[in-house]
Design a protein around this ligand. Structure first.
Ligand code: G3P
Ligand code: MG
Length: 256
């Protein structure tokens, strides 16, 4: 059953975030997970960015999506094999376009400082190297707590890894968390409750009015990735979706 169309459902969990989130910083317009991408997202009016964080060999948190360096840098092999000093010498922009040649692999700390200084909200996706789920969840949560301190809004920590989220919860329980799911499990309410999450982050293909209503009725928020079709974005927002991640920053701009 749908709630009355004139009455927004009551939410138990606070949600201080905008509806539109620039995926991997600047979507398609800049090399993903770089400081340059964060600036492009901000230039397009996005007040929130999503990016992926993992640990170097010497346990420095840095931004990269894949387990390996090959797709988005001029390095090769597993990212976990390099120290941050080695990672920082790589080119993370040339794969995208000549304008970004020389763009470095950023440390999480640098991106956090940029976002805080410019009032950009962050969704930090904890993306652990294989086998480092708990270690990465705890390290990223503790780093986020130290970096943000009293800055608002607090960053939203998310992960496909429940072990990473559980470790983040234990390390910095005050930081909000969202569970990312490839497919929506039937027991999502129990998983969100167990991990103390505020939100469920789904693949937009799984979005339905019924699911959005059910998540809201349970007191949680719901976000969807990665929406690059403006009509799809409008539809899901009309259903009450709390936030969307997009790569199409020019086509799906944030509300004026
Ligand atoms: O956090 C939303 C989205 O980024 C999850 O998928 O593979 O782009 O990190 P992926
Ligand atoms: Mg991501």
């Amino acid at each position: 059953m749908h709630p009355s169309p004139w009455k927004r459902p009551e939410h138990d969990r606070p949600w201080p975030y905008p509806t539109h989130i620039a995926h991997r910083g600047g979507g398609r317009l800049a090399p993903e997970n770089t400081l340059a991408a964060m600036r492009v997202g901000a230039e397009h009016g996005f007040r929130m960015v999503e990016f992926d964080v993992k640990l170097s060999r010497d346990k420095v948190a840095f931004l990269l999506h894949d387990d390996t360096l090959d797709r988005t840098t001029n390095g090769h092999g597993p990212a976990a094999a390099l120290s941050y000093a080695e990672l920082a010498r790589l080119d993370a922009g040339g794969w995208h376009s000549p304008a970004y040649v020389g763009e470095p692999v950023p440390a999480f700390e640098a991106v956090a400082r940029y976002a805080i200084a410019n009032g950009i909200a962050c969704n930090i996706e904890i993306k652990p190297n294989p086998g480092q789920e708990s270690e990465t969840g705890a390290a990223v949560a503790l780093a986020a707590r130290a970096l943000w301190q009293d800055a608002l809004p607090a960053p939203l920590l998310s992960s496909f890894s429940e072990a990473a989220l559980a470790a983040a919860q234990a390390a910095a329980p005050e930081l909000p968390r969202a569970l990312l799911v490839e497919q929506v499990p039937a027991d999502w309410p129990e998983r969100l409750a167990r991990l103390g999450c505020v939100a469920l982050n789904i693949n937009h293909r799984d979005a339905s009015r019924e699911l959005i209503d059910a998540v809201h009725a349970a007191g949680y928020r719901i976000a969807a990735w990665t929406i690059n079709d403006p009509a799809r974005a409008r539809l899901l927002l009309s259903w009450g979706l709390d936030a969307l991640f997009t790569d199409a920053l020019a086509e799906i701009g944030p509300p004026a």
